[in-house]
Design a protein around this ligand. Structure first.
Ligand SMILES: Nc1ncnc2c1ncn2[C@@H]1O[C@H](COP(=O)(O)OP(=O)(O)OP(=O)(O)O)[C@@H](O)[C@H]1O
Ligand SMILES: [Mg+2]
Length: 248
């Protein structure tokens, strides 16, 4: 079966302009395949590059080396060569992303924040509203909050709005960056159920979950990122004079 996503020999570094152009190498030679209906969980300690990988897949960060391809619709689409203007439609229709924190827009209610991905596709307003409310209710967000902008919501309330917004579009590929970090056990279970339902409809997911229990309940496979650390970050690495990187 053709995977929905293939990553080949991906590498990433950052140039720190505030540090005199210092080069920080984060990832090297990472390859993976992701299939429909599976949830692959990225593992590894803080700073290893988990969020960086998701941001490259979502087009927020450019890949340094390697290739990312999406097999969707008519043949493979190379994301590493995708022109900037093509990302909008791709994010609207194919790749969904639940970031760790909700991007709050003043005066836009929680309900509208959740409806927006469906409206962007031209969905009927009443239907989008009904689906948003169903998701908010499932995630136990009190109804009195639905008409309010989430700016003043608690961390867990904002996270639930973000999750509802991420899942409402039923994207074929979903990237999840610690979606349960601020949730209580009952709401973590709701998220686990949403992930299982997404798998059942054939969605592929790449996720980061610090919570061991959630990880065990959703992961079909684990991908530890330690082996793809750039030499400059690996614990046993020797100082690399060629890159001129600092070492602790
Ligand atoms: N825009 C950026 N500019 C410079 N360095 C960056 C940038 N984004 C990430 N990094 C660096 O890349 C490394 C990996 O960061 P990343 O956020 O991917 O880690 P992570 O595995 O998601 O960690 P955590 O579990 O703490 O969220 C870190 O050393 C980080 O400082
Ligand atoms: Mg992270």
């Amino acid at each position: 079966m053709t995977p929905i996503l293939t990553v080949e020999h991906l590498g990433k570094g950052f140039v720190l302009h505030g540090q005199g152009g210092l080069a920080l190498s984060v990832m090297r030679d990472l390859s993976l395949e992701l299939h429909r209906g599976e949830c692959l969980v990225l593992a590894g300690p803080s700073g290893i590059g988990k969020s960086t990988l998701l941001k490259m897949l979502y087009g927020n960060y450019l890949a340094g080396d390697g290739r990312i391809r999406l097999h969707f619709g008519d043949g493979p689409l190379s994301l590493t060569e995708l022109p900037a203007h093509a990302w909008h439609a791709l994010r609207r229709d194919v790749i969904g992303y639940v970031s760790q924190f909700l991007r709050v827009v003043p005066r836009v209610s929680a309900r509208e924040v959740v409806m927006e991905p469906l409206l962007a596709r031209g969905a009927d307003t009443a239907e989008a509203r009904a689906r948003a409310e169903t998701l908010l209710a499932r995630l136990n967000l009190p109804e009195r909050l639905w008409s309010l902008p989430p700016g003043t919501f608690s961390g867990g309330e904002q996270q639930r709005v973000n999750i509802a917004r991420g899942f409402i579009g039923e994207h074929p590929l979903l990237l999840l960056d610690e979606p349960t970090a601020s949730l209580d056990a009952a709401n973590r279970t709701v998220v686990v159920e949403l992930i299982h339902e997404a798998k059942a409809r054939g969605a592929a997911m790449l996720g980061i979950f610090h919570d061991e229990d959630v990880r065990e309940r959703v992961a079909d496979r684990l991908l530890p990122l330690e082996s793809f650390m750039a030499p400059s970050l690996a614990p046993a690495a020797q100082p690399s004079t060629s890159r001129g990187l600092p070492h602790a």
